[in-house]
Design a binder for this molecule. Structure first.
Ligand SMILES: [Zn+2]
Length: 238
């Protein structure tokens, strides 16, 4: 049987048996796949470099009775610097965890692949605060998955909220609510909502330009994660 060729990002690495590893890979061609890298924990294994979280590479895989096994691998991008900075590592790990959670086995999702690749690339090589890239990743992921919250009008009375300084936000309603209708919900500044809107719509090529003011960053960190955890049903901060 001929081998298949995949371009993929290693989202997770798990030790398996005595000297193997299982790589959970987000592949461009086939979505999420689990590939066994035999002997990759042995010294001098030719799979040592590919068997690192965040690594992007080209992999030749053979498939027997539904089990995928690595037969050769070329590292294209190791994103090595992510492993040298605690902040980068935390942000990149949240990104790969979320990608693994939403990606589907054997179903390609090119937009998701491009989003993950670019986010890791800017975290590794950009001059940005990794948190800004991480938050933009989550904003765009919500949009991509069809779960973008409403941010411009009240979900209860329909009032346009774009001229308001502060509005309320409800996870269960799916976005913004006016002061009068939603006094029990958390409040959010207009500035943060505007930033959130722009992040969802941002062209991925402009990811390097994201620079959030400190107060917006901390407000959105709580708002976006809270909402993402609610709609995706998983824990961002593990
Ligand atoms: Zn209202």
């Amino acid at each position: 049987m001929p081998n298949d060729l995949y371009n993929g990002i290693v989202l997770r690495v798990t030790d398996y048996r005595e000297s193997d590893r299982i790589l959970n890979i987000l592949s461009r061609e086939r979505g999420l796949i689990a590939v066994t890298a035999r002997g990759s924990r042995k010294p001098n294994s030719r799979y040592a470099a590919i068997s690192q979280q965040f690594t992007y590479g080209e992999m030749e895989v053979n498939e027997r009775v539904g089990k995928l096994q690595l037969s050769s691998a070329t590292v294209i991008e190791s994103f090595y610097s992510i492993r040298e900075s605690y902040e980068q590592l935390v942000s990149a790990t949240r990104i790969t965890n979320a990608a693994e959670h939403v990606a589907e086995h054997d179903i390609p999702n090119d937009e998701l692949f491009v989003l993950v690749y670019n986010a890791l690339s800017v975290i590794a090589y950009g001059q940005n605060d990794p948190k800004d890239i991480e938050l933009t990743f989550f904003a765009k992921l919500l949009k991509l998955e069809g779960l973008a919250p409403t941010l411009t009008y009240c979900l209860k009375c329909g009032k346009d909220l774009r001229s308001q300084k502060e509005v309320r936000f409800s996870n269960s309603l799916g976005g913004s609510v006016c002061e009068r209708c939603g006094s029990a919900f958390r409040s959010v500044s207009a500035l943060s909502l505007e930033a959130f809107r722009r992040m969802m719509l941002l062209d991925i090529a402009d990811l390097r330009r994201v620079r959030l003011p400190e107060n917006v960053r901390s407000e959105l960190e709580s708002l976006i994660y809270n909402y993402a955890e609610y709609v995706f049903e998983f824990t961002v901060k593990k």
